[in-house]
Design a protein around this ligand. Sequence first.
Ligand code: NOJ
Ligand code: CA
Length: 568
Amino acid sequence: MKQQKRKPEQEIIYQIYPKSFQDTNHDGIGDLRGIIDHLDDLRDLGITMIWLCPIYPSPMEDNGYDVADYKAIHPHFGTMEDMDRLIEEAGKRDISLMLDLVLNHTSSRHKWFEKAVQDPGSKEHGYYIFEKGKEEPNNLRSVFGGSVWEKVRGRNEYYFHSFGKGQPDLNWENPALRQEIYQIIEFWKEKGIKAFRMDAINFIKKPEKWRRMEADGPDGRCKCTKVVRNHPGLLDYLHEMNEKCFKSDGIVTVGETAGLPYDQLEEYIGKNGCFTMVFDFRHADLDIRSGDEWFSRAEWKTADLKKRLEVSCSHIQKYGPGTSFLENHDQPRVTTKYLRKDQDDPYGKKMLGMLQMGLRGVPFLFQGQELGMINFERTDVSELEDISSIDQFGRARECGYSAEEALHFVNLRSRDNARVPYPWNEEKYGGFSDADPWLACNEQAQKRRICFENQKNDPDSVLSFYKKLISLRKSSDWSDTLNAGRIRFEEGNEEVIAFTRQKEEKELLVLCSFADHPVKTLCRKGTLILDNYKETDMNVKVDEEGMIILRPFEAMMIETEKRRENDE
Ligand code: NOJ
Ligand code: CA
């Protein structure tokens, strides 16, 4: 079947973590064939694009975000033939693929880096960031802990890594390196890939000189993000890459741009921007005080979440389509994060789906979110696999927290929460594999019987509700309003997030209650389009004060009369 040409804002993107989706060859590791086997399920869900986390050969120190060869497939995942088949079979179902491009760094096992270390006179040495000296050039801390500098064995020379020491940063100053990168992108475009997610792309510009920074932790170091994230000059590279690789071929790109100041958005996603969309993480990180330290927990209220969403959406809508997401492979489950003690409440779970699908921005769902997956509670640090979780546990201990407290913070935030095997059914390993999986299943979710099979034929399940939301967004009278309508946040009860979406003469009002009890809030009369409770009057009425009572975690999408222009 020929793929339909969609505008980016018409996409519904589903993120797959290949290692944990479906194993087909009994090694406990998910693979490309496993994804092919479930394409019909994904089509039935209604998605239009799959964002595939890295599938390249890698020593897996950071689960594939340490790439050893950009133009090949890790044998764990299968072969290039499997990849070609996945692209083709997905295409038959009108689903396209978005590949994860990790271009800030490679693995230290990439042949470029091996050459660079062996031979300081090689061209590959110029592909990385080396500094000569007997001591570390400065005191920056890498994202995964410890110094950003690693000494080259046998030489007075250090290489720079923003993330793990197995992830040396590439030197984008070097035009020859940039050419290599553009060739990698061409390679995948020729295979039919039309979309890319650009990993840590706002780290690629480094300062000319390395200075010692004021310490921000007991280790005497300072977070490297203060220096190497969104560094001036970054846009020159991004615009060049866009010109050379994306622009003329209509490639869809999404930049992972944590901390991007809103006043720079135009350069990124405006008319002549370098990407189609960018991720803004401010709402996702509202439970931690700084974006990086999981042990610095922040108290927050629904009104804080509303404020962050409002600020983000109102800036982004001036320029481009934006993204709407609640989860990804670096985030914990949104049920536990936003519903807290009510993490398993079915109304709450559906309300979060309504929030995401109602917001402005291309929806990105993360595997398992559509089932209402919850976080796990690991009982020992040895059960953690993720490099960042292990580091955060140690850092929390260093900062004086007990082992129990440190584990609690890590359970709340561990990236493994999202990365556990997908629960297809109630068999031993959740139908993910018949062998012991690479990462233990989520027992708490298993006890609550959260799995695909239990939900797929139940019209009342979280999964069925997500299907309704996706179909509203994709193919209903409301598609245009939801995909491209303006967003405006509305007044109301402080435990309710309310906003309108409006395009031409049509207007939708979305109300999402985060309260576990009934609340009274402002509303307008209209016709109900969708509600997460079954028994609801289609005719939405309000009292003399324009109020309505929402049941616990109730979410409503209402067709209202368009407000008069002078009301706006
Ligand atoms: C961001 C990715 O999403 C994360 O999983 C990874 O660890 C870092 N970038 C480094 O590539
Ligand atoms: Ca496998």
